[in-house]
Design a protein around this ligand. Structure first.
Ligand code: HEC
Ligand code: HEC
Length: 462
């Protein structure tokens, strides 16, 4: 009972949203817990020791190679007492499983202790080479497990990352990982950000394992979960386990379409779409008439050809790779200038490509080597899409309104783009209905997932 109460209570830690910009970290304090004094010290000068977490990072000289964080939260950790922590985790897993309506079957068991360990690691900055960057700083819980404030993240020592950070909601159900599909196992995938020089920049797998091994608070937890203790494999298992727990279905659309009264279980694809008898009934829940209209348009103009639905579940993605013209549009925007101004009145005609390797992004063809796959990207899920702005692989479209306008005008205009992306001629009202439908795909538990991310009281969790 105590555990339940603890799990449901408002988190007492101050919430700090970390946004990275131009090589400097900008801290935006969204909420300071009652009784806690916001510090004006922190940056430079004497450190203010009154607060426990959040505000205290001295990131002066962050951009220099010798930077060492002074985050208070990476002093040796005090684990919360096991009883309440397990309670929190039990509730977390129970809650996660509650929100499966509309999602495919979960193939892996969620073990509360494993989820909890993965969560601690996910928010621990010490997993990066200079102890500044956790997974949770690019996949921010309060920002849809992506970054709402940056089109593309900034990683180690301010280096650019060329793609938008995908949201991790329902990542358990993704067959292809990364926007070009270069990985498929969530367990193996973790090494990509851990080792990438522009993300967490560790020198080797062994270096990461050795560093975590030196942290006394993790050893016991690994050995109690896995016979082999902490290894490259079990680090992947733990991190994947937390990510698999980010289950977010049961939206108002799901209740209407897949809910008990919808009839979709027996009649296959269709659900309430064909039956007016449930109108106003239980299954409709919060699913508005406007959203229903939007869903009809969604099917009618062919969005569902790529953002697919199955008879018993819907991820709104076919898991395949398509060219919608975003890559083309990006290159047009960054078109090689014919003349570059060096000083007032001084111009040169550049003979080298100005777009750097970092920005160049060929999409799926980087994986397959097949020229025809250029600028194809994985179809993203549309679940919880209203919480995961900005959009597209490069975060180049800031709002859902602008995404719909993009489709309405016929995509990016690449002559080689998918033929199904063509001008739609939708009225303003129809576009608004489409957006209402997309908004209806938002799970009711996403605030809980954000709260639970911070609730563990473990790891360097901001
Ligand atoms: C510097 C920012 C940054 C950090 C730190 C980071 N990620 Fe990511 N993550 C990204 C970006 C950007 C992508 C997309 C890359 C691509 O598609 O090429 C991504 C992709 C992913 C994906 C694939 C999701 C999908 O839909 O395919 C997973 C899973 C993931 N990250 C988990 C993690 C984990 C676990 C960590 C910590 C070990 C981590 N990330 C650290 C930015 C980051
Ligand atoms: C030919 C397949 C295809 C069709 C048809 C299609 N999409 Fe997409 N959609 C994609 C792909 C691929 C992307 C990602 C493009 C990128 O990352 O550059 C995408 C991205 C999106 C996004 C942004 C999601 C995010 O998280 O970034 C939204 C919203 C969206 N589509 C909605 C729609 C709607 C609404 C329609 C119908 C008007 C539609 N799509 C038709 C393939 C398709």
């Amino acid at each position: 009972m105590l555990a339940l109460l603890l799990a449901k209570s408002t988190p007492t830690v101050s919430r700090v949203f970390c946004a990275l910009g131009f090589g400097l970290l900008v801290l935006v304090v969204s909420e300071v817990a009652a009784g806690q004094t916001a510090s004006s010290g922190g940056i430079g000068g004497e450190r203010d020791t009154r607060h426990r977490v959040g505000l205290g990072d001295n990131r002066e000289n962050y951009e220099s190679a010798s930077f060492v964080t002074h985050s208070e939260a990476i002093v040796p950790l005090v684990l919360p007492n096991t009883e309440s922590e397990d309670g929190v985790n039990q509730v977390a897993v129970f809650e996660a499983l509650e929100y499966r309506l509309g999602l495919p079957a979960l193939t892996d068991d969620l073990r509360p202790e494993e989820v909890s360990l993965g969560r601690a690691l996910f928010f621990d900055r010490r997993l990066s080479a200079n102890a500044t960057l956790s997974c949770g700083m690019c996949h921010i819980p309060e920002q849809g497990f992506t970054q709402n404030e940056l089109a593309t993240p900034v990683g180690h020592e301010g280096r650019s990352v060329r793609r938008n950070a995908p949201s991790l909601y329902n990542v358990a159900f993704r067959e292809n990982l990364f926007l070009d599909g270069r990985e498929s196992s969530l367990e193996d995938q973790v090494w990509s950000p851990l080792l990438a020089i522009n993300e967490m920049a560790n020198g080797s797998r062994a270096e990461v394992i050795a560093r975590i091994r030196a942290m006394p608070e993790y050893g016991r937890r690994f050995t109690s979960l896995y016979e082999e203790g902490l290894t490259e494999r079990t680090l992947g298992l733990a991190l994947a386990s937390y990510q698999r727990s980010l289950i977010a279905g049961k939206s108002s659309f799901d209740l209407w379409f897949f809910g008990p009264a919808s009839g979709s279980g027996t009649t296959g694809l269709g659900g309430n779409r064909h039956s007016s008898e449930h109108e106003g009934g239980l299954a409709r829940a919060d699913f508005s008439l406007e959203a229903e209209k939007g869903f009809a348009i969604f099917l009618q103009v062919g969005c569902a050809a790529c953002h697919t639905l199955e008879s018993h579940s819907a991820m709104f993605t076919d898991g395949k790779f398509h060219n919608t013209g975003v890559g083309f549009r990006r290159v047009l925007k960054n078109q090689q200038p014919r003349r570059v101004q060096l000083a007032p009145g001084v111009y040169v005609e550049p003979s080298v490509l100005l777009e750097t390797e970092v920005l160049s992004d060929q999409g799926r063809s980087e994986v397959t080597g097949d020229e025809s796959d250029r600028w194809r990207y994985r179809t993203p899920t549309l679940r919880n899409v209203s919480a995961t702005a900005p959009y597209m692989h490069d975060g180049s479209i800031p709002t859902l309104e602008a995404v719909i306008a993009f489709y309405n005008q016929g995509g990016g205009g690449d002559p080689e783009q998918d033929a199904r992306i063509r001008p739609l001629g939708l009225t303003a009202g129809e576009q608004a209905s489409l957006i209402a439908f997309l908004e209806s795909l938002r799970a009711p538990n996403i605030d809980f997932l954000a709260q639970q991310a911070r609730d563990g009281g473990i790891g360097d969790n901001h």
